[in-house]
Design a protein around this ligand. Structure first.
Ligand code: NDP
Length: 452
């Protein structure tokens, strides 16, 4: 108990300093708070980490690059956006992390995502450091040509800071196959070389099988491992998924393959509830709608009888056994977590990054719900990105079955690591487990390097 109080005191002091040095960066503060709460007791038990000021060093990015991105729309009008690449830590491998194009992108969002990426990448067992980048540019409503011009302008600056052994970006919100094609095409032209400096590439130009599916599939593989600890499985379970983008689509697909029933999905306009279940055929409609037509989910309810669209709302009021938040940060509040618990949720796995507020996380823990944080549950995406880098370096391509098998093994291993560091009193605290396991590997490497 005394150790717990000492840890809390140290976290409070540490956070006060961090907030002073990074004013107004609420998302970054939230992400660091969660990690500090988990690792401080561990640091207290292992004085070399405290002496080497590992946590202080890990919360200061190696560097944050901010740049102007000017581009012209189809009418010739000039627009100016801001580009970012936060290279947080290359302690255990080249920087690695996605690019997000969304109007809500700020330095704070980039720092929270880059910081989380350090621990997630460490958990994957692959040699990858942590980074994140992107822009406040909104691809929604833009023509393909406009998106291409933006991507080329963005890459004109970014290419100076990335490379296969230096920093390897990938996709994230607003950056899918189309954007990666434009970005990599321009990178290749500027560098005059074909190297795996970006992942998420198309299968005909250096991409890996299963990369598109990896985050969503991996999330459900992780749920499978969690349920196994309670002698349960996905079959027959009612599942609610938020989002309808890359992660959500493939999380839903894997749930269906494992015999679960998907009752709801969402986008930024609201959620659709289909009590007869979003089956394979309906999911294909959503994929086409989102990936090709770039339309709104609202049209689902017009297309399929019995489905209802709830405008401007999130789906957490729909009773379910499994909740998979796969849209964006802070989309499950404390109150929404309580609603899910009241309705009997067994497992929650974060397909998105930090979709649950700290209040929500505490509520799930207090109710002993199986709760997987994003750094564990959505690590499948970056893991297969790492496998794409390996294939690029080897100049060969593994089969779909081989990559899927490796993904399943990695998700299983992440679960094992979480259980090793997070199990206590018959409950696996996956947040602590993921944070401590991710931290330990990076911290040990930092100590080996001396003070850098
Ligand atoms: P996409 O852009 O493909 O899809 C995002 C989905 O979330 C869309 O349905 C979008 O709705 C919805 N959404 C975005 N912002 C908001 C918001 N502010 N409020 C409500 N809904 C919103 O992104 P991804 O699927 O790639 O990413 C989703 C999450 O998963 C992110 O947190 C990302 O960081 C995380 N992640 C992604 C990985 C990947 O491999 N892609 C890897 C690991 C984590 P709309 O269509 O209306 O915009």
């Amino acid at each position: 108990m005394a150790k717990q109080t000492k840890a809390q005191e140290l976290v409070a002091k540490f956070m006060a300093g961090l907030i002073r040095r990074n004013p107004g960066e609420a998302e970054f503060h939230q992400a660091v708070q969660e990690v500090a709460d988990s690792v401080m007791p561990f640091i207290l038990e292992h004085p070399p980490y405290a002496k080497a000021k590992v946590l202080e060093r890990l919360t200061e990015p190696d560097r944050a690059i901010i740049f102007r991105v000017s581009w012209q729309d189809d009418k010739g009008e000039v627009h100016v956006e801001r580009g970012y690449r936060v290279q947080f830590s290359n302690t255990i491998g080249p920087y690695k992390g996605g690019l997000r194009f969304h109007p809500t992108v700020t330095l704070s969002v980039m720092k929270f995502l880059g910081f989380e990426q350090i621990f997630k990448n460490s958990l994957t067992t692959l040699p990858m450091g942590g980074a994140k980048g992107g822009s406040n540019f909104d691809p929604k409503g833009k023509s393909d040509n406009e998106v291409m011009r933006f991507c080329q302008s963005f890459m004109t600056e970014l290419h100076k800071h990335i490379g296969k052994d230096m920093d390897v970006p990938a996709g994230d919100i607003g950056v899918g196959g189309r954007e990666i094609g434009f970005l990599f095409g321009h990178y290749k032209r500027l560098q005059n070389e074909f190297t795996g400096a970006i992942t998420g590439k198309g299968l005909t130009f250096g991409g890996s099988h299963i990369r598109t599916e990896a985050t969503g599939y991996g999330c459900v593989y992780f749920v499978h491992e969690m349920l196994k600890t309670r002698k349960a499985d996905v079959k027959g379970k009612k599942v609610v998924v938020s989002g309808s983008g890359n992660v959500a689509q493939y999380a839903a697909e894997k749930v269906l393959q494992m015999g679960g029933k998907v009752l709801a999905m969402s986008d930024s306009g609201g959620f659709v509830y289909d009590k007869s279940g979003i089956n394979e055929e309906k999911l294909e409609y959503i994929k086409e709608l989102k990936n090709v037509k770039r339309g709104r989910l609202e049209s689902y309810a017009r297309k399929f009888k019995g489905a209802k669209f709830h405008k401007g709302q999130r789906p957490w009021g729909v009773p379910c056994d499994i909740a998979l938040p796969c849209a964006t940060q802070n989309e499950i509040s404390g109150e929404e977590a309580q609603t899910l618990i009241k309705n009997g949720v067994i497992a929650v796995a974060e397909g998105a990054n930090m979709p649950t507020t700290l209040e929500g996380v505490h509520a799930f823990h207090d109710a002993k719900v199986l709760f997987a944080p994003g750094k564990a549950a959505n690590a499948g995406g970056v893991a297969v990105s790492g496998l794409e880098q390996s294939q690029n370096s080897l100049r060969l391509m593994w089969s779909r079955e081989e990559v899927d098998m490796r993904l399943q093994q990695i998700m299983k291993e992440i679960h094992t690591q979480c259980a090793r560091y997070g199990a206590r009193d018959g409950y696996i605290h996956y947040v602590d487990g993921a944070n401590i396991a991710g931290f330990k590997k990076v911290a040990d490497a930092m100590i080996a390097y001396g003070v850098v």
